[in-house]
Design a protein around this ligand. Structure first.
Ligand code: SF4
Length: 443
């Protein structure tokens, strides 16, 4: 029997830059599948699907931005006689939508559920929904590594690995704790080490939402990772800077960059989030501490929070210059289904688009409170244009040596990330023009 596992891209076209976060979801499902299946995996950001092939079963992992493409692919394969199963974060929060396009939906994580789904498929008794409840990671299978779907940057392989699931916070715009639970579950450290070794690279990305969420576990993990002689980047909260030992071990384990959701430079907005420090001075001290530890500090910001005014764009740019930030991520607030934000904006009648293709972080999909949709779109685009001007990119790269004694991986990341940011300006400009037109049409 033949199984095809797909991670769709977000549009008909491949994205202009290959800078997409690696993932292990397909490899985990492959590891859970019985041996009598011949498995093919396609990450559409990297390779194309061979539509000339026939498959008995097709599994499609969808996020909100890739949902429509996933539904389109499902139709193609159903017409060819395959059964289609959806999984992933969007299918987990919108199972009633996803089932309209497939034969079954996995709600939550595949561990513990996939083997019985496959048995049902073989007996031709597939159910509509398969729900898993926070499976125990101590018995989790390791991802079945497949070099064909590992990401690489300029020829350097860059696989992902994970160590925990779940998040104790409950940020209004995020569905992680809703889908994976509030309890932090940890993969046993020997399994993490084995998985990293199986992926056989020198450069990795941790896929954890917060790799230091359980600091005792993280310290033990970092001590073991230090023997691997690898370099990696990952995601955590700014609170890592409060624990000197944790920060030191993190760097010693090979960490060269941390993606940290600072979300806003407005104290009013920050005051409403539990995951950040309580004053801007504290946040700026934390940034310096992380940079001084030799770790690239990559903050991410969201724009369009209820307390944001037009001033937030200039304030953010000034903050980035002041704190010598080399790389960053700018997002327009996106009310993902399954989040408290989505429910609130829907209730307040402020959602202006539920076309999931627009849920891409650079399209305005709701009515902001303290500016117009147009002001949000224009402010966002101008900020990116300024940050990614050639002069500013060169200045930031040149100053990288001042902040963290960068090694080649950090330098490569900084250059690549800034080039990628510049490339995506064209996409965000097109979206902005469309948003302005829609705004004028509505008013
Ligand atoms: S801390 Fe990060 S993962 Fe956790 S709820 Fe907030 S945004 Fe989501």
């Amino acid at each position: 029997m033949k199984l095809l596992l797909i991670s769709p891209r977000s549009s008909e076209k491949k994205s202009p830059v290959g800078f997409k976060v690696p993932q292990v979801a397909l490899q985990i499902i492959a590891a859970l599948t019985p041996e009598d299946f011949k498995i093919s995996m396609v990450d559409e950001h990297i390779t194309d699907i061979d539509f000339s092939q026939d498959y008995d079963l097709v599994g499609i992992s969808i996020m909100t931005a890739t949902a429509k493409r996933g539904y389109h692919l499902a139709k193609i394969f159903q017409n060819k006689g395959s059964k289609v199963v959806f999984g992933g974060i969007h299918a987990s929060v919108m199972p009633e939508e996803a089932i309209n396009y497939g034969d079954a939906v996995v709600i939550g994580e595949a561990e513990g559920i996939w083997p019985s789904l496959v048995e049902d498929f073989k007996r031709n008794t597939l159910k509509k929904y398969y729900k898993s409840i926070e499976p125990d990671l101590s018995t989790a299978p390791l991802p079945k590594r497949d070099a064909k779907i590992d990401r690489s940057v300029w020829g350097v392989k860059w696989p992902g690995f994970y160590t925990t699931k779940g998040c104790p916070y409950d940020c209004e715009f995020c569905s992680v704790s809703n889908v994976y639970g509030k309890k932090i579950r940890t993969l046993p450290i020997p399994l993490v080490i084995q998985d990293i070794e199986n992926a056989n690279s020198k450069l990795y990305l941790s896929l954890d939402d917060n790799i230091v969420a359980n600091s005792r576990y993280a310290k033990n993990l970092f001590q073991e990772m230090a023997h691997l002689n690898i370099e990696w980047g990952g995601q955590c909260t700014v609170t890592i800077a409060k624990d000197d030992e944790l920060l030191r071990l993190c760097r010693r384990s090979g960490c060269r960059g941390l993606f940290i959701g600072l979300e806003s430079v407005s104290m009013t907005s920050l005051g409403k989030m539990r995951k950040t420090l309580k004053s801007m001075e504290e946040n700026e001290d934390a940034i310096k501490k992380i940079q001084d530890a030799g770790i690239l500090f990559h903050p991410s910001f969201v724009f369009g929070l209820d307390d944001d005014t037009k001033a937030v764009f200039d304030d953010t740019l000034e903050f980035l210059h002041r704190n010598r930030i080399t790389t960053t991520t700018f997002n327009i607030l996106t009310p993902y289904p399954g989040t408290r934000l989505y429910r609130r904006l829907k209730q307040e009648g402020r959602l202006i688009s539920e076309d999931w293709n627009n849920y891409n972080h650079y399209t305005v999909t709701f009515r902001p409170k303290n500016m117009t949709e147009r002001e949000l779109g224009e402010g966002y685009h101008s900020l990116r244009k300024e940050f990614y001007s050639l002069g500013n990119i060169c200045r930031r790269i040149a100053r990288l040596s001042e902040i963290s004694s960068p090694d080649i991986a950090q330098l490569m990341y900084a250059v690549f990330n800034n080039i990628a940011g510049r490339q995506t300006l064209i996409d965000s400009f097109k979206t902005l023009k469309m948003a302005i037109k829609n705004h004028s049409d509505r008013n």
